[in-house]
Design a protein around this ligand. Sequence first.
Ligand code: ADQ
Length: 475
Amino acid sequence: MTSTGTAELVIVANRLPVDRVVEADGSLHWRRSPGGLVSAMEPVMKLHGGAWVGWPGSADDVIEPFEEDGLQLIPISLSASEVEEFYEGFSNGTLWPLYHDVVAKPEFHREWWDSYVTVNRRFAEKAAEVAAPHAMVWVHDYQLQLVPQMLRDLRPDLRIGFFLHIPFPPAELFQQLPWRRQVLEGLLGADIVGFQLPGGAQNFVRLVRQRVGFKTHRDTVYLPDGRLVRAASYPISIDTADFEALARSVTVTERAAAIREALGNPKRVILGVDRLDYTKGIYPRLRAYAELVADGVFDVEDTVFVQVATPSRERVEQYRRLRDEIDRLVGRVNGDLGEIGRPAISYLHSSYPREEMAALYRAADIMMVTPYRDGMNLVAKEYVACRYDNDGALVLSEFAGAAFELSQSWLVNPYDINGMKAALVEAASAEPKELTRRMKAMRKTVIEKDVASWASGFLDDLTTIRPVHRRRVRR
Ligand code: ADQ
């Protein structure tokens, strides 16, 4: 065992839960990132004297550990070439497309892999340094799949959990990865490997059996040294009560009315909100709507589309290309179908505070969430959380993890434009009673299963799991 630290709970994630803000006078400070993960973890972190290991977000930053808002933050520094090879390269150019059904073609480069190994080791060493004896360490997401085993080698006393936020692909796709065995072995360093859906856990267990050759039974992998690894699903959620409270506030209510007013008080507002990513299915969704306008089913006078798409990963070629494609499509649709002062699609690249997001959800009669593949999709759950009057329609891709729980939405196949058009028309003409029935059921789910219950579900399992089985199993 190497020398140990004092943190009873360590979160290891690619990014720290804070963003650096530079004020007009040049002074620097940190602002908590808005994500639900941070607010879910905060109480447990404070209770356990927790620490968070992550990258501050820009290259070549060497920052000493610091405390912010009661959270102990441990920055990991990445060089410019590591940002390019580990982050933009292997994480977002290899793993992201491979794990999302190869919607875009993954690139395999040996230098990217080498950088992935180096950076994963840096995270593991730092976590090993700050964790108290027998502490719990929770490692997050596809950028850090080698950390569990690297950490176990350094600190066999720890309880290690891993959660993958994106889908875990079927064997047929995963097998393309030249380093498939190393990735599986990296994950097997954890006591629990968590996925969004049961299907991800099953894919993992099957691959371990086939590619690593360990014995498995249901959700358990039996390692030759007697250790057990459990693979299970923990569908992530949002801070539902917080979103609902925001949605009910006077400011958000007034802002929602102002948004509709600015759109010309149409009969119907359809909304899409995504990171600008090729997995999100923005293109076919806009086409489905545009065709309905062109067919005369919808009229731009009374049915408008608002698409918010925040650019992301812009240094990756496929993302730049996608942005150009969507820009062109929106330009063409508005040129062909819009009227003066009445574009068919209001297209926005901005990133908004949560109040504005809630106002948009309140302003939308129909929410379209149509990814080709998505681990969960929190936007779908946020929309549901904000519809406290049980109104509004959710059109949701079957291939979003959220479809598993939000089965009362209008489920669509994003590859089937006619099917999406039909669902959109159905949602647009649904009786209020039908909307209420569906929304009520979905709200029950997101109220019962929020992000706090997700986090405690995972951590409780990690606390109680029996990491060693009685008899050693021979391979
Ligand atoms: P993402 O791919 O980023 O997350 P998603 O789950 O939809 O996708 O989360 C996006 C978050 O960003 C939401 O909370 C949303 O409110 C916010 N957001 C989107 N556009 C915004 C904008 N313009 N301004 C401000 N906020 C905006 C990955 C996986 C998902 C999985 C999550 C969590 O790809 O499948 O659900 O992690 O595990």
